[in-house]
Ligand binder design. Sequence first.
Ligand code: SAH
Ligand code: SF4
Ligand code: F3S
Length: 485
Amino acid sequence: MAINERFEQLVREADLNSPVPEHEPERQAWFLARAKTIIEKRAQEAGRKMTFRVETFGCQMNARDSEKIIGILESAGFAEAPSEDADFLVYNTCTVRDNADQRVFGRLGRAGHLKKNHPGMKIAVCGCMVQEKSNVEKIRRSYRFVDLVFGTHNLYRFAEYMCTCIESDGMVVEIWDRADRIVEALPVARKYPFKSGVNITFGCNNFCSYCIVPYVRGRERSRTPEEIILECERLVNDGVVEIMLLGQNVNSYGKDLETSCSFAELLERVCKIEGLKRVRFMTPHPKDFSDDVIRVVRENEKIARHIHLPLQSGSDRILKRMNRRYTRDQYMALALKIREQIPDVSITTDIIVGFPGEEDCDIDDTIDVVRTVGYDNAFTFIYSKRAGTPAANMPDQVPDSEKNRMFDRVLAAVQETAHGRAEHLTGRVMEALAEEINVKDSSYITARLSNNMLVHVPGDPSMIGKMLQVRLDECRGFYFFGTVV
Ligand code: SAH
Ligand code: SF4
Ligand code: F3S
């Protein structure tokens, strides 16, 4: 799908007889051109297309990175395979919780077996997990069939690594400790033709004491507003109607830029793009949520009526130890202000339970916030110890059995409050973006409301990508059945 034209031209113009260019993105274009010739030859020899598969774990940032990886693979001439039995298999990994790591190692083990029956197969592992030295060591030691390992900071060099990898045997490993730059203009293959994520910042400066992200994604870097607007405009010209602005803390956008542009200003500029119908953002940190952002959301109908506002804990004692830099009262005041000033908004959250030192009285406080704010949806996670983070060294780790018990308490409260939150919208006519054919019944289309809830309507695939006016006939707790009006 849509490839950045400037880059495509660089690939066409690349002279494979001259030395490798030093500058970016010319260098990557050169390697892509070289990979293209190799893959074309291999396909001819094999009498079939060379195939790829990218398996993605983790958050929206990783999903966006996978689109960049797929953009390069497709440009090089690979076609997507229906399973992991592909010529070039990539695992784009997450390490935010221990079970994320375990899942990847499990899948990697199975890929090793596939490789035994697939001559020439290449396996790559990238993403947050391999920014941790111990994981790279484990791959070198116990997963020696892996061909390529690269990190989050050098993703823009993927064309180069992929080309080297298909030309040679042995494991290529390159991990950087920090990013040296933001390289624009590389190809991206979007998963959905009608919606897209757009990175506005990379990395994170907050160092919440439980979180590995700042260590594996580095310090916060903002893209310039010009680059962001340009990318959004290109996407809209290419058929995108919904854009999600992505960053670990979108509210601190622009603080590192020479020309100042706040997140509120950026949002306003993005909303002005003609043809763009809906704008979302993920994730705003409560400590930096300005009144200006609330105002801009309220005044711009294009901005989705959905705020994901991670709470993590409702106990002041635990919030302090988590280094979240807000109190429960500040958080609740903000959430209530958002509810008051943005009609029909849905508020969702993330909660961690079983943080070191956490006791039942802290869980009581969290449940109290859950009930007061009345979340439309909440993701509850059991605290997972991440080596290298301050919380991992706290002496009062909570035993698993206690964590599970606390988790059940919070989950019950979350389910109780979230259930039926949507009920009051029944009968209303609202705008919904048709996203895909319903998985259970193909005579239905699944569409997303501005508030992020789903509505299933009778329809056909020609509706996908279109903004529909839908009457919400029946509420089923977290989703609706409706009809197009
Ligand atoms: N930048 C976002 C969060 C990114 S990580 C924010 O600040 O909200 C996504 C979620 O994973 C977090 O909100 C948190 O709830 C959860 N998480 C992060 N580290 C965790 C850990 N060590 N154990 C359990 N959950 C964790
Ligand atoms: Fe992690 Fe906190 Fe940064 Fe979110 S804001 S990515 S939880 S350190
Ligand atoms: Fe996971 Fe990395 Fe995202 S650790 S949550 S994929 S930033």
